[in-house]
Design a protein around this ligand. Structure first.
Ligand code: AMP
Ligand code: MG
Length: 334
């Protein structure tokens, strides 16, 4: 196929946290760096903010080195090479994230599925060169995708050729680990932004105002939500994609077909206590589409979501509706 200029686009600032002056205290320290193939921005307030930032950055890099399937000796690379591992030979965090992923895959009826590494490789989303795979390539890869091929009993057992990819949950899981770590450092408040994953923590008087990006114009917002002590994670078709022959191919794949999920949505933002869950559910809900997705959220009281359709309409789940302030020209559907 003739790829002319396949532009690979990657939206860096996905969610913005809108400060009010009282939230930025004199002891606020911040740092920006690149890890996990994304920009990480950490802002921490408290007496030990400097040490907390240094330790947080270290922890993020450590966990990236365990979970990344593009780092040679990571746990996931070793599992992908050998199709098996004893729990004793991998880090406890790997066991935990795999068990959680396995559960989430079953719960979302396979809309979230970490065994789709072969599909991700075919599209080249983790490589320099992106390309549209042929239908035959996708059909062949399909035989080596599916949560049933991953067994977690005494250790990890993958059927031959299965490849794991934690891209839809690792950032959230790592954010949760960082939130736990920060408990040691007497923190007043913190804003952790890892790609599309934001967590806000702290007991300041006013809640945080978190802006939700407009998928059609990601440097603008569709509105903002008023939240405290929670994770806000967006999966969207504007975050990573390339274009070929005028068609946009984004990175959120339907594990049942291998093609970019195309259920009428441009983004899904999930709000819940755990960033790992918010991350995985945001991806899964994007694959489900609006009707199935909103039903799923209403049956799970621990999560809330904001859906943006391809037409730019916004739908909030019942529990977040009153905390969402849309921008004036945004159409909210009830
Ligand atoms: P996210 O940005 O959290 O929605 O995650 C997307 C990333 O996770 C992609 O770059 C792939 O590496 C991987 N991925 C894509 N689609 C899925 C899916 N349906 N289930 C699990 N992982 C996925
Ligand atoms: Mg995700």
């Amino acid at each position: 196929m003739n790829i002319k200029k396949a532009a690979f686009c990657y939206a860096l600032s996905i969610i913005m946290v809108l400060f009010t002056s009282c939230q930025v205290m004199s002891s606020t320290k911040s740092i920006d760096f690149f890890a996990m193939d994304t920009v990480i921005s950490l802002k921490i307030s408290g007496k030990q903010a400097d040490t907390a930032l240094t330790q947080t950055k270290k922890e993020i890099k450590r966990l990236e080195g365990i979970f990344s399937n593009t780092i040679e000796h990571s746990d996931i690379s070793m599992i992908n090479q050998n199709f098996q591992a004893d729990f004793e030979t991998i880090h406890p965090e790997t066991k935990e994230i795999l068990q959680l992923s396995n559960h989430l895959s079953e719960e979302t009826n396979g809309c979230f599925d970490i065994t789709l590494g072969n599909f991700v490789k075919l599209w080249g989303f983790t490589e320099e060169t992106k390309r549209v795979p042929s239908p035959i390539e996708l059909q062949q890869a399909q035989q080596h995708v599916g949560n049933a091929h991953l067994k977690l009993a005494d250790g990890i057992l993958l059927e031959q050729q299965i490849q794991l990819d934690l891209g839809a949950i690792a950032k959230g899981y790592i954010t949760d680990q960082v939130v736990n770590l920060l408990q040691q450092y007497d923190i007043d408040s913190a804003i952790l932004s890892i790609g599309g994953n934001v967590s806000v923590i702290g007991n300041q008087q006013q809640p945080f105002q978190v802006g939700i990006a407009n998928p059609m114009q990601p440097d603008t917002l569709i509105g903002s939500i008023s939240v405290s002590n929670c994770a806000i994670v967006t999966s969207g078709d504007y975050q990573r994609y390339f274009e070929q022959d005028g068609i946009r191919y984004h990175h959120i794949l339907d594990p049942k077909t291998g093609y970019p999920a195309n259920q009428g949505l441009s983004s899904v933002t999930v709000i819940c206590e755990s960033a790992a869950l918010a991350d995985a559910y945001a991806t899964a809900l994007f694959v489900m589409g609006l009707d199935t997705g909103i039903q799923f959220v209403e049956n799970h009281p621990e999560i809330e979501a904001i859906f943006v359709t391809k037409e730019g309409q916004v739908k909030c789940s019942t529990g977040i509706d009153s905390q969402f302030t849309p921008h004036s020209n945004v159409q909210v559907i009830s």
